[in-house]
Design a protein around this ligand. Structure first.
Ligand code: F6R
Length: 369
């Protein structure tokens, strides 16, 4: 049932190109128009939405953090992202014009369920992004967009995460389409790029040998830090979460711009620091800034593990280890940048003798608050 892989996690990592393609299937037509038939919230209502609030936990929360960048950029609707466990306790401001997006692989996470119940009591519309047909969260929502990742068995979420991202992009693009934003050309281009993204994920998977080798060489370390900016920041958080839950290592993700406000004090000789580098195209200011962050930490002794687009030569002199990913539009980069971090965590867990599919103290679906 593991299809020849040692662990479900490895199988599920390998299934990602197909999972991503399946989540897109039937939702984009030949002309690049989106049709999300399951989203039963009328277009008229979506046109009136004046705020999007995303609630989720863990890895799904990281998908939500990335979605915020896409939703705000493509639709110009303000978007908040909140941990479901914090949401209702702060008496959030919600009304009929609020669209709440609840993201959950299992559809049974109690924190997320309680958050969406609270949102509906306040009159908000709730759209679930979920991987499990007929589970509680979609049943209690106004509409659902299913991620077609197939069953995810390993406790650590991989293919569900990538498909949650795809679903979030679809929601963002659909909102933009319905509302006719001025970004129509960019949006058409993104829809095209999204249609071919599964090939990029496949290409990343073909180049993971050196990442495994690197992970094994770090098995004796206690700490790994992760840095990113823009959509690379949630990717850094996700890389750190995977490492905590699988390798039981101290791992932390930071926004690279925050380094100088404290975390840089942690840098010491030989400390592994993974840096997710944004595309040098488009947001080039961010790219330059992160290159100087890499220089700064390296000057203080960090062992830099740099994830950068093919063709990005500026990072080469400062990378002790360089992991290449295919060039993608800026906002879609998490779909490829996350994959090496999944492989990295899985391999480190194996090297440390940990149970990959069933990490200690964790359950696949958390049905208590
Ligand atoms: C991490 C992981 C968890 C889940 C979280 C939410 O790898 O799997 O952080 O993402 O418990 O679960 P769902 O998506 O089922 O609501």
């Amino acid at each position: 049932e593991k299809g020849g892989y040692d662990y479900f996690m490895l199988k599920e990592i390998a299934e990602q190109p197909k999972a991503v393609a399946d989540t897109l299937l039937g939702r984009i037509d030949g002309s690049g128009t989106l049709s999300l038939d399951e989203v039963r919230i009328p277009d008229g209502v979506l046109r009136e939405v004046d705020k999007v609030v995303i609630v989720a936990c863990g890895t799904a929360f990281h998908a939500g953090l990335i979605a915020k960048y896409a939703i705000e950029h493509w639709t110009r609707i303000p978007c908040e992202v909140e941990l479901a466990s914090e949401f209702r306790y702060r008496d959030p401001i919600l009304d009929q014009q609020t669209l709440v997006v609840a993201i959950s692989q299992s559809g049974e996470t109690m924190d997320t369920l309680m958050a969406l119940r609270h949102a509906r009591e306040q009159g908000a519309r709730v759209l679930a992004i979920c991987n499990t047909n007929g589970s509680t969260i979609p049943r209690e929502s106004d509409a659902v967009l299913y991620t077609h990742a197939g069953p995810e068995v390993a406790v650590a979420s991989t293919k569900a995460f990538l498909t949650q991202l795809v679903a979030c992009y679809l929601v963002a693009l659909y909102l933009a389409q319905v509302r006719g934003t001025k970004w129509a050309d960019e949006i058409r281009a993104v829809v095209r790029d999204l249609s071919s993204i599964s090939k990029a994920v496949e290409r990343v998977l073909e180049t993971m040998g050196p990442v495994r080798e690197l992970a094994r060489s770090l098995a004796g370390k206690n700490t790994v830090l992760f840095l990113g900016r823009h959509v690379g920041y949630p990717v850094a958080l996700e890389g750190a979460l995977k490492l905590k839950e699988l390798a039981y290592m101290h791992a932390e993700g930071f926004a690279a711009g925050e380094l100088k406000h404290g975390p840089i004090a942690l840098i010491e000789q030989d400390l592994p620091v993974v840096v997710v580098v944004p595309s040098p195209r488009g947001r080039s200011v961010l790219h330059d800034k992160i290159v100087s962050n890499i220089q700064e930490i390296r000057a203080r002794g960090a062992r830099t593990i740099v994830i950068a687009e093919e063709g990005d030569e500026a990072v080469v002199p400062y990378a002790d280890h360089l992991i290449r990913i295919p060039a993608t539009p800026v906002l879609l980069q998490p779909l490829v940048a996350t994959v090496p971090l999944q492989v990295f965590a899985c391999e480190l867990a194996t090297a440390r003798g940990n149970e990959v599919d069933q990490p200690r103290n964790l359950a696949k679906s958390v049905t208590v608050e």
